[in-house]
Design a protein. Structure first.
Length: 386
């Protein structure tokens, strides 16, 4: 049935925790990313209506699944920052829990990147630097977060990527979804053995090296004992490079990667599906070094090429030691431009790209992963809530 003949999608409405939720439409439905619903949230007794994102959480067997939901909500209490999407709590409908999160009007970075490619243009180097700097600012705060007793959480996001960075139409940038984060939150649940948490497409090499050279006392081969925020710095560097190149950096000619089976075990499984086989992707990360960065970024402005090279150093000791250092260098680059670049400039550039991409003829029947930002081509069906 075509979109035009169906009428408005049936709304999923329920009450939980003293609030009334009404799902308006799917925001993201894609096998590589968390399902997200755009919904309204209002106190059951009335009051203002707020737009939120609902993330359904498929529970594991037993009580552990619900405990993971509660852990994510609890962890969010210690992450109050304008560049981090807030978590309001969780709701339950028919025994299925949903994480209720802040919705920033705009789009995910992946949507902006897809839109730019669709209309034959690139994100400007300044736009890329601005987004990366704002993301680094959020992560610097998260890496320094403490619990209610002042104990450091030693938090690592582990899933920084274009679908965890949201761009506001007002130039604001947010890092979202700390659901896969590593932390030393008291009482946290240990990840299952052999489960690669986060997004393998933007993973730091030291996480993968945990299984090759496990440290004494390391309980999980995919969680090194010395894992820290520098892993997220690598992820931000990879996202920055992708914005600058308008292509995924770890997708070069296959001839560069030869000993896949020897370097990564097939029994290790990823928390989310990947568009490249996990063992192949891991091998590419482990081979990715300064020479590849320099070769691929020849057309990138020299200051940004130097920043990317440092952020993507295979050795964490040779990277920026804090996300704040990365943020400061990116902001210094932006201030040093002939026309300094900031939130208003990012807002204007994003608006131009989305406006151009809203032309259905240029979309080539491709609406991207995120829904509701770009028009849906007339031959693409939309699904109702059930």
């Amino acid at each position: 049935m075509s979109r035009s003949s169906r009428g408005p999608a049936a709304r999923l409405t329920f009450e939980s925790g003293g609030y009334r939720y009404s799902a308006l439409r799917h925001l993201v439905t894609h096998p590589q990313y968390d399902t997200l619903l755009l919904a309204s949230r209002q106190h059951a007794e009335g009051g203002p209506v707020k737009l939120v994102e609902l993330k359904p959480v498929v529970l594991e067997a037993g009580r552990e699944g619900l405990e993971r939901v509660l852990e994510e909500v609890r962890l969010a209490r210690f992450l109050r920052h304008p560049n981090i999407a807030a978590v309001y709590g969780y709701a339950v409908r028919n025994e299925l829990p949903y994480i209720a999160m802040e919705h920033l009007r705009g789009c995910y970075l992946l949507t902006a990147m897809d839109a730019a490619v669709a209309v034959g243009r690139r994100l400007s180097p300044a736009f890329a630097a601005y987004v990366a700097a704002e993301a680094a600012d959020a992560l610097d705060y998260a890496h320094r977060a403490v619990d209610e007793a002042g104990r450091p959480l030693h938090l690592v996001h582990r899933a920084v990527g274009p679908m965890r960075i949201r761009l506001g139409r007002n130039g604001r940038v947010q890092v979202t979804n700390f659901g896969a984060a590593y932390s030393e939150l008291l009482g946290r649940i240990r990840s299952p053995d052999g489960l690669l948490r986060g997004d393998p497409s933007y993973i730091a090499p030291e996480i993968l090296l945990g299984f090759l050279r496990p440290e004494p006392g390391q309980r999980d081969v995919l969680t090194p004992r010395n894992l820290d925020g520098r892993a997220d710095i690598f992820s931000v560097g990879l996202v920055l490079m992708e914005m600058l190149l308008a292509s995924y950096p770890l997708d070069p000619p296959d001839s560069l990667w030869r000993d896949v089976k020897r370097r990564f075990p097939a029994e290790v499984r990823s928390e989310v599906p990947t568009f490249i086989k996990l063992e192949t992707l891991a091998d590419r990360v482990l081979h990715f070094g300064p020479e590849e960065v320099q070769r691929m970024s020849e057309e990138v402005p020299t200051p940004l090429r130097q920043i990317v090279s440092k952020a993507l150093s295979p050795n964490p000791d040779e990277r920026y030691q804090t996300a704040g250092e990365l943020r400061d260098e990116l902001r210094a680059y932006l201030r040093g431009l002939l026309q300094p670049y900031g939130a208003e400039d990012a807002e204007e550039e994003l608006a131009e790209i989305l406006k151009e991409a809203s032309d259905l003829d240029k979309l080539a029947a491709h609406a991207g992963v995120e829904r509701g930002v770009l028009p849906v081509p007339p031959d693409i069906d939309t699904d109702d809530f059930h």
